[in-house]
Design a protein around this ligand. Structure first.
Ligand SMILES: [Zn+2]
Length: 276
């Protein structure tokens, strides 16, 4: 991957660095969090093994959106047991682990991470080796904490996908999508501005709003994302997202081509719980 340069690391406090609006990795910034030191797959599964979970099958950003069903215990049990032979590994995405199990908040040190005065929304990404989120950009800044496993991020600057004429019309409430993956995009462009970084447990990554990124698990893992911003910015984006959601639910925007409804033949119309 000669086009992808290693993402610079920063020793600065994340809450200060984010003012620069440049993506950065903060190595081991969360290494002392109890979540990083103590959580394991068997522990997470034991919290409520029978809890129903809905999984995304494969890369819904560039392929057809498909969901499958499982339980927390069965799914997490499969992460380390099954060889990753499937081309479309099932992925538990945008899972609100902290809402389901509020006691886990005691294992985080989020207040040390985020700028004061901001509001934030967290979710977890729990998946096997090779689970992938296709190239997209989010509408809010993100400070993501790698809790378990190793995850690779490919990043490209805010203008990269538009320059290549590869913007996707597929609907997603909180993100914009690309028609191609990061490697294909980088291969076609002379501009620099393409980065890669592998997160290890305890690493924190800052992805500014509108920076494109594609993400793939190198091992089974758990990532905690934290979308955040000043109250006025978050609330105004939220209002805009809700207005678009109303149009989408009414079938007036992104009908038949979205990341939140199942478009496989067997599950037409089913919504992802995370997108409601
Ligand atoms: Zn939808």
């Amino acid at each position: 991957m000669p086009m992808f340069r290693p993402l610079p690391a920063s020793e600065e406090a994340p809450a200060l660095h984010v003012r620069t609006r440049t993506p950065t990795v903060f190595r081991a910034a969360a290494a002392t969090w109890p979540a990083v030191k103590d959580w394991s797959f068997p522990y997470l599964a034991s919290l409520d093994p029978g809890l129903p979970v809905q999984l995304v099958a494969g890369n819904r950003e560039t392929a057809r959106t498909r969901f499958t069903s499982s339980t927390l215990g069965s799914y997490i049990g499969s992460l380390t047991r099954d060889a990753p032979s499937d081309d479309a590994p099932a992925y538990l995405k945008e899972f609100d682990l902290l809402k389901k199990f509020p006691q886990l908040r005691a294992d985080l040190r989020s207040r040390e991470l985020f700028p004061s005065g901001t509001i934030r929304s967290s979710a977890t990404w729990i998946g096997p080796s090779r689970a992938r989120t296709g190239l997209h950009c989010d509408l809010l800044d993100n400070l993501a904490v790698q809790i378990m496993g190793t995850k690779r991020f490919y990043l490209a600057g805010p203008g990269a996908v538009k320059r290549a004429g590869k913007e996707s019309g597929k609907y997603d409430a909180w993100a914009r999508l690309s028609l191609v993956g990061a490697e294909e995009l980088a291969a076609g462009q002379e501009h620099g501005g393409f980065f890669v970084v592998d997160l290890e447990p305890g690493d924190v990554l800052y992805v500014p709003a509108y920076w494109w990124h594609e993400v793939v698990n190198l091992t089974p893992g758990v990532l905690l994302s934290g979308f955040f911003g000043p109250r006025t910015r978050v609330l105004s984006r939220w209002a805009w997202v809700q207005a678009r959601e109303c149009l989408h639910r009414a079938g007036l925007l992104g009908r038949g081509d979205c990341t939140c409804h199942d478009h496989s033949d067997s599950g037409a119309g089913r919504r992802s719980p995370g997108s409601a």
